[in-house]
Every structure is written in C-alpha cells, then in structure tokens.
Design a protein around this ligand. Structure first.
Ligand code: GRF
Length: 202
C-alpha cells in the first residue's frame, strides 16, 4: 500500500517532476502524490501537476501564518495524505503543521546545512567563496532549514560558477536524492532519534 503525500510548491516544480517521474517509473516507489499545493497561481509546478493528472490546490498566502498553516494542513488531510513534501515551497509553515505531521514533513534545501539556511543559499555560497556546496534533505521542525538531516550530497563550486550554473548543478543532485529519500520514507526505513536520522537499507 502506498503512502499518500502532499507536495507543496511555489515555483518551477522540477523536484515535483522528479517525484512524479519516480512514482511512474518505479513500481516499488511506495509513495503516491495525493495533492499538489501551491501558495500562488500561475507557476510551472501547477502545470506539471495538471499534466500528470494530479489534483492541485492553491492556498494563497494571507499574511496570517497560523490561518494559512491550518488551511494547508486541512487540504492535506482532506486529500487523505499522511505526509508533506516541501519542494521549493517559499512559505514558512507555522508550528501547527509540525504538531499535526510530526516527523512527516520533508524539505529539500540547496546547500549543505547548517551552512546557508534561508531563501538565498546559492548566492550566499558563492559570495562566501566556499569550494563545496550541495544539497540537503531534512525533516522539518519549528526552525527554518534546521530539522534533522536525512541525506546530503556535495556539489563542487567551480571558479567560473554563477548562481544559475551552480544551482543547475545542485538541482541535478536534488532530482536524484529527493525521490530516493521519499521512497525510503514511504517504506518506513527512516527513523528519527533526536537530531539523528537512521536510514535502514532495503
Ligand atoms: C530547489 O533548489 C530546492 O532546493 C529549493 O527550492 C528549489 C526549488 O526548485 N528549496 P523546483 O521548484 O523544484 O524546481
């Protein structure tokens, strides 16, 4: 039986696409996208959801984080989803979401956390002059880009990189690592012990 997940998006949705593709290609993926949720209309991610025949819902940001979070969680529940996968979602969910879905909210972030949390990880890595950045997938807790790390991949920063080239190289890794993590999660192979996540082999 598949675990139903809600995928939350705000932008181009390339990570959503990697999950759609993985669930189509891998009969043992174990996760089924029950709804795609966006905080804004007119984004490519919603086109991708429609093209894949997935239900999509727009919950516009309304400046009241608590009411916004309740609405999002209600939509997730209404679609029978047990977990939330953040895939480029540009809003911060309130604590209610963590209470309603404890250790059941995943996020992907374009740096090796705890370096460069927040919305500008890629330009900050370049400005800082680091030689290696990367991608992190983590469980979401009350703090931004802070919860227990599930998986990371390093990505070298090349001398002539700009934001677009570095982000593109990071995204190549994102599109492999996120489906792998979601599959492990769906199969119950991830256990959280404080800040430490154990990943049991298949
Ligand atoms: C990704 O780089 C992800 O790490 C970050 O936002 C970006 C979303 O890209 N959280 P996409 O919308 O999945 O293409």
């Amino acid at each position: 039986m598949s675990v139903r997940i809600a995928v939350l998006v705000s932008g181009s949705g390339s990570n959503l696409q990697s999950l759609i593709d993985a669930s189509g290609a891998d009969p043992d993926f174990g996760a089924e996208i029950g709804v795609v949720l966006s905080d804004r209309d007119g984004v490519l991610a919603l086109d991708r959801a429609r093209a894949a025949g997935l239900p999509s819902v727009v919950v516009p940001w309304n400046r009241d984080r608590s009411a916004f979070t309740t609405e999002i969680c209600d939509v997730v529940d209404d679609h029978g989803c047990e977990a939330i996968v953040l895939a480029g979602f540009m809003r911060i969910l309130g604590p209610e979401a963590i209470q309603r879905f404890p250790n059941r909210i995943l996020n992907i972030h374009p740096s090796l956390l705890p370096s460069f949390p927040g919305a500008h990880a890629v330009p900050q890595a370049l400005a800082h002059g680091v030689k290696v950045s990367g991608v992190s997938v983590h469980f979401v807790d009350e703090e931004v880009d802070h919860g227990p790390v599930i998986a990371q991949r390093p990505v070298p920063v090349l001398p002539d990189d700009d934001e677009a080239s570095l982000h593109a190289r990071i995204q190549e890794q994102e599109h492999e690592i996120y489906p792998a993590v979601v599959k492990a999660f769906a199969h119950g192979r991830l256990t959280v012990d404080g800040r430490i996540v154990h990943w049991e082999d298949a």
